[in-house]
Design a protein around this ligand. Structure first.
Ligand code: ITT
Length: 198
């Protein structure tokens, strides 16, 4: 079976990616390897950061590597926190608090937002593949639900009345930015399983 590194330090992402991958490939995470140099996420786009992480960790680990750069883009905030989503606060609770504060005067019709996820698959040598997934919704005035991670409790998914944190992991992956990007990436991942690949 082919081996793949999921290069993320975010336990929520790792859990979702492992579940999406099922048993098709042997997946290792950064925690399974000796410490690798940290990658500075200094690019202005999700694509740039995902490719930078995937290429750096593929080169360092000598394994085909999948990296995820994702975040929440809020229309009333001009697309922020965007690529800064992880650095918007010190904890999930703090990030949510700041987001709700920034939007406190914004009425319900102005609270449109979307999650974006860019996955990048890189091999130690050669081309990288990038896939994007998006999920539209709006930011609530208070958190609801205990599943998922990050901004999920304040993000109500478009077309329904539940937050991401009120969905099961299977329901979340069916509509989420990460699930969508992953399903586009799947053929490239399965191609790693063939004979002659590492
Ligand atoms: P790695 O770079 O190690 O993968 P990270 O948490 O630093 O982990 P990002 O820079 O891509 O990852 O930041 C993404 C942030 O966006 C993440 O920390 C969450 O706050 C938020 N986010 C991404 N996907 C999300 C999801 O499915 N649900 C809720 N919040 C999400």
């Amino acid at each position: 079976m082919g081996k793949l590194l999921f290069a993320t330090t975010n336990p929520g992402k790792l859990r979702e990616l492992r579940e999406l991958m099922g048993g098709d490939l042997e997946v290792v995470s950064l925690a399974d390897l000796p410490p690798l140099p940290e990658v500075d996420e200094d690019q202005p786009t999700f694509e740039g950061n995902a490719e930078k992480k995937a290429r750096a960790y593929a080169a360092a680990s000598e394994l085909p590597t999948l990296a995820d750069d994702s975040g929440l883009c809020v229309e009333a905030l001009g697309g922020r926190p965007g690529v800064q989503s992880a650095r918007y606060g010190d904890s999930d609770a703090d990030r949510i608090r700041r987001l709700l504060k920034a939007l406190e005067d914004v009425p319900v019709e102005g609270r449109r937002a979307e999650f974006r996820c860019v996955l990048c698959l890189a091999k130690p040598i050669g081309e990288a593949v990038l896939e994007l997934g998006r999920c539209e919704g709006r930011i609530l005035f208070a958190p609801r639900g205990a599943n998922g991670f990050g901004y999920d409790p304040v993000f109500e998914v478009a077309g329904g009345s539940r937050t991401m944190a009120e969905l099961s992991s299977v329901e979340k992956s069916a509509v989420s930015h990460r699930g969508i990007a992953f399903r586009k990436m799947r053929p490239h991942l399965l191609a790693l399983g063939g004979a002659g690949h590492r």
